[in-house]
Structures are given as structure tokens and as C-alpha cells.
Design a protein around this ligand. Structure first.
Ligand code: ZN
Length: 246
């Protein structure tokens, strides 16, 4: 499985950096995980957007869906010589207005996922866990069927003990770390300390900090997470175009 970071800031783009968006690839299948601002122009550097096979959304906050509409327009209006397949966009149904916007006639179709049901998308098996967040949001555990490799993406979440089981022994734990140590038990996001503690408790192989703050030292954010994880695994701060192969 190949994971390419397209955008990794929380809340709003800043100084040329976009918000939450990742491209997952396995066996020639390309799945976009969240679609924050700058997704489309960054995606173009890696993949013809017409060949994207699917999109999956953790929740409908703007910093995770800002580029979804323009991705739909791209596939609707690009002068392609061959028909562009209808794009499946997987999302939860707890927000009817946003879920219905996933449909665009002949261009994209919303497909619901549910916490209790495993979803099969291309080469991935995906399970879900509702997070602590002001709006319904789901963490996702991706298992690459061919290899058994695991990516766990927290979506956006405040501290939640059940991540210890949900992220158990993940090869990559891609964790919302919008806050520095000292802000624990926030209602919407992990702190660096919490990301490190959960990574250690879940015995993950690699921790990647994402949904990053615009201000403050990212080296400090990483050091706080490393310390909280007792230096048990490598800790990386996400950055645009970072590629992880697992
Ligand atoms: Zn959010």
C-alpha cells in the first residue's frame, strides 16, 4: 500500500499548504481519503484525476471536503475523449444535506458506509469507528487484502480510549494532532501527547502526525509525541507529497 499526503493542515490552508487529503494506492487502484483544500492541484502531480477510482470521507467539515465540488466539476467538464466512469464517493449518512451532495448526475454517486459493517473498496477492506468530534466523524482502518498491511486514520477526534483496540498493531497510524501537549481531553482533536500515548498503547509500527497546526514548532509537536510514546516507534510529521510505503 502506498500513501501519498496531498494536504495535512487542519482547519484552513496556509502558506501554500492544503488541508486533509491523502491518496491511497494498491494494485493500480487509487482511493482518495478526504478531499480538503488544494486536493485537486496536488492530486494532478501524482495522478490523472479522471482515473481516480473512488473517494472516501471521514466527515463533512470544510477542511476535509473543500475540493470535492471542484473534483466533481473536473470529471464532469474535462474534455475527455472516452467516457469518465461515475465516481463512487463513500460517506456516512448522518448529515443528509452533505450526503446528498455526493451525487452529481453521471459524475459521482454517494455510497453510504456504516460503523457496524465492513466495507470492501477495491483492494481494501475498511472498518469504521465513530470519533469524538463536534459533527459525526469516522476513523477508518484500511486492510490491504493482498498483504494484510494496515493503515489506521483517525479522521478528526478528541482522545478516545477505543483507539487502542481500533489501531492495534497498525503499520501506519495517521493521527489528527492539531494540538500541542497541555490541551488534553479536547472536544475535537488529539494533542501530541495523546497521539503518542495511543500509538504506544496500540503498539503501532509507525506514527504519522497530521491535521497539523499552522503555528508553533512542528519539531516540538513531534518530540512531544515521541516522548509520550516512550520512543517505541518512529514518529513522522506529515508534509505535502510525503509518500509512505507499507
Ligand atoms: Zn473536523
Amino acid at each position: 500500500m502506498k500513501i501519498t499526503v496531498l494536504g495535512c493542515l487542519g482547519a484552513y490552508p496556509y502558506e501554500g499548504q492544503g488541508t486533509s487529503s491523502y491518496l491511497l494506492e494498491s494494485d493500480g487502484f487509487h482511493l482518495l481519503l478526504d478531499a480538503g483544500s488544494t486536493t485537486l492541484v496536488n492530486l494532478e502531480q501524482h495522478l490523472d484525476p479522471l482515473t481516480l477510482d473512488g473517494v472516501i470521507l471521514s466527515h463533512y467539515h470544510h477542511d476535509h471536503i473543500a475540493d470535492l465540488g471542484v473534483l466533481q466539476y473536473y470529471r464532469q467538464l474535462y474534455p475527455s475523449l472516452t467516457p469518465v466512469p461515475v465516481l463512487p464517493i463513500y460517506g456516512h449518512t448522518e448529515d443528509a444535506v452533505h450526503f446528498s451532495a455526493l451525487d452529481l448526475d453521471g459524475v459521482s454517486q454517494g455510497i453510504p458506509y456504516f460503523e457496524a459493517e465492513e466495507l470492501k473498496v477495491g483492494p481494501f477492506r475498511i472498518t469504521f469507528m465513530k470519533t469524538i468530534h463536534p459533527v459525526p466523524c469516522y476513523a477508518m482502518r484500511f486492510v490491504e487484502e493482498k498483504t494484510g498491511k494496515v493503515l489506521v486514520y483517525t479522521g478528526d477526534s478528541g482522545y478516545l480510549e477505543s483507539f487502542v483496540a481500533f489501531a492495534d498493531k497498525a503499520d501506519v497510524f495517521l493521527a489528527d494532532t492539531y494540538l500541542f501537549e497541555g490541551n488534553e481531553r479536547h472536544h475535537a482533536h488529539f494533542t501530541s501527547k495523546e497521539a503518542g500515548e495511543l500509538a504506544k498503547a496500540a503498539d503501532v509500527k509507525k506514527l504519522v502526525l497530521t491535521h497539523l497546526p499552522q503555528h508553533g514548532s512542528l519539531d516540538m509537536l513531534r518530540e512531544q509525541a515521541e516522548q509520550a510514546a516512550d520512543y517505541q516507534m518512529p514518529v513522522t510529521v506529515a508534509s505535502k507529497n510525503l509518500v509512505l510505503e507499507i
